[in-house]
Design a protein around this ligand. Structure first.
Ligand code: NAD
Ligand code: USQ
Length: 397
């Protein structure tokens, strides 16, 4: 298959590009390197020493003999570049990662809110409009969405895969209907993903585009079978207060003997998936498109749920790290239960990696290896959701 990967230099996109290339697909990446520029803006870098994309691609050629193409442009702004690339490359699938993905970054200021909305919604709409204009009737669009579109409190109900069955009261009595699960985003970033869903639903209905939306949980881990093959292929590891996600942050903090920064009481329950399962799920999704004219295929891409305080205790037992309960910089429920349906990817053959599989140790070792690259000042989460909140500064250091 010819697969175009939008956002292929990022944390999920890079290992996906390698995985699909390894499986024999003809892969090309589009990326505007905005993520690397945001590192410059925040004055932070990946804990792991990632190479420039040109070096990464040369390393992959040296190791595998395979070539991955690269096109550097902004999907949200350069519509005609995207259109002509689609017309030339004629991809069987486009995997769309090219969005600003950090909730805290999206809440930093009015500029960051507007940037996130403009970037994410225009990237998605440009892709959909260009696939229609290029008349790529069979091209399958696979988008990386988020579990956060659902909100996390469901009063004990299992979150279905995208759609909710409801009964409509009509003059003829109750009528069954399926609707998109009511969106309930917890940040401007998550809100853009709920709006992406409407764009997908509309283009699937009006233009019969074939679309899969993967509602992914929090990704943890860093390396995959391919990124391990050569130091120059190493994947990024975000640890800072804006981009670092919770479990990777705890593992990195433990490696540095820095108290684990639990927000509030840590009663929030979230969905998780290891990066190696991310790339496998995307391959499964690419291979299993919906038919033209079908509704958007929505798959919950997560393998387990954990409460943040339980994760902190687990990492503490594993490593001896202290736990610090810091004031929560976010506006979110203090605690919630979370039950998630994820049968579709399991039925397609996903065999999940879990926290119990020994990988926590492997990630801690990577963090230990590169701990000298960490800037301790970048660890606290300082973006707050509202003006009157206090940032999550540690109480102990
Ligand atoms: P990332 O920021 O590491 O990667 C995104 C890539 O897209 C970057 O390389 C960036 O430069 C590029 N990009 C952004 N806007 C672009 C544009 N307008 N034009 C061209 N390139 C652009 O993020 P990630 O962690 O790899 O996440 C990828 C996707 O997966 C995101 O859409 C995110 O919402 C979703 N996701 C991530 C996680 C996670 O835990 N990392 C969890 C669930 C869902
Ligand atoms: N948290 C802490 N301490 C920390 C960091 C986070 O207690 O040091 C808490 C947060 O308050 C939150 C939870 O951990 O309750 C998760 O935070 P996170 O930063 O790990 O995840 P989130 O902001 O939800 O975003 C990440 C990715 C995003 C993706 C989302 C999937 O950055 O791209 O969409 O996970 S999900 O959470 O399922 O919506």
């Amino acid at each position: 298959m010819r697969v175009l990967i939008l956002g292929g230099d990022g944390f999920c996109g890079w290992p996906t590009a390698l995985h699909l290339s390894d499986r024999g697909h003809d892969v090309a990446i589009v990326d505007n390197l905005s993520r690397r520029n945001i590192d410059n803006e925040l004055e932070v870098s990946s804990l792991t020493p990632i190479e420039p994309l040109g070096k990464r691609l040369q390393a992959w050629k040296d190791v595998s003999g395979k070539t991955i193409g690269f096109h550097r442009f902004d999907v949200a702004q350069h519509y005609h570049r995207l259109l002509s690339l689609l017309q030339e490359f004629k991809p069987d699938a486009v995997v769309h990662f090219a969005e600003q993905r950090a909730a805290p970054y999206s809440m930093k200021s009015s500029w960051h809110k507007r940037y996130t909305v403009n970037n994410n919604l225009n990237a998605t709409n440009n892709l959909l409009a260009a696939v229609v204009e290029a008349e790529l009737e069979d091209t399958h669009i696979v988008h990386l969405g988020t579990m956060g579109v659902y909100g996390y409190g469901t009063a004990g109900m299992k979150i279905p895969e995208g759609y909710l069955r409801v009964k409509l009261e009509t003059p003829d009595g109750l009528v069954d209907q399926e609707i998109l699960y009511p969106p309930n985003p917890g940040s401007i970033y998550h809100m853009t993903k709920t709006q992406d869903q409407l764009l997908f639903a509309y283009y699937a209905k009006n233009d019969k585009l074939r679309i899969t939306d993967l509602h992914q949980g929090i990704v943890w881990g860093t390396q995959t079978a391919q990124t391990k093959l050569d130091d120059r292929l190493i994947n990024r590891f975000d640890y800072d207060g804006d981009y670092g996600t919770v479990l990777n942050r705890f593992l990195m903090q433990a490696a540095l003997e820095y108290p684990l920064t639990v927000h509030g009481t840590g009663g929030q329950t979230r969905a998780f998936i290891n990066i190696q399962d991310t790339v496998r799920c995307i391959e499964l999704a690419v291979k299993n498109p919906p038919q033209r004219g079908e509704r958007v295929q929505i798959l919950n891409q997560m393998t387990e749920t954990h409460r943040v305080s339980d994760l902190a205790k687990l990492v503490s037992v594993l490593t001896g790290a202290e736990i610090d309960y810091v004031s929560n910089p976010r506006n979110e429920d203090k605690e919630n239960e979370l039950y998630v349906e994820n049968r579709q990817l399991l039925n397609l053959g996903l065999d999940p990696i879990t926290l119990a599989d020994g990988l926590l140790q492997e990630v801690t070792e990577i963090a230990r290896k590169y701990k000298d690259r960490c800037d301790l000042d970048k660890i606290p989460a300082r973006s707050t959701w509202t003006h009157n909140q206090k940032p999550g500064e540690p109480t102990v250091k």
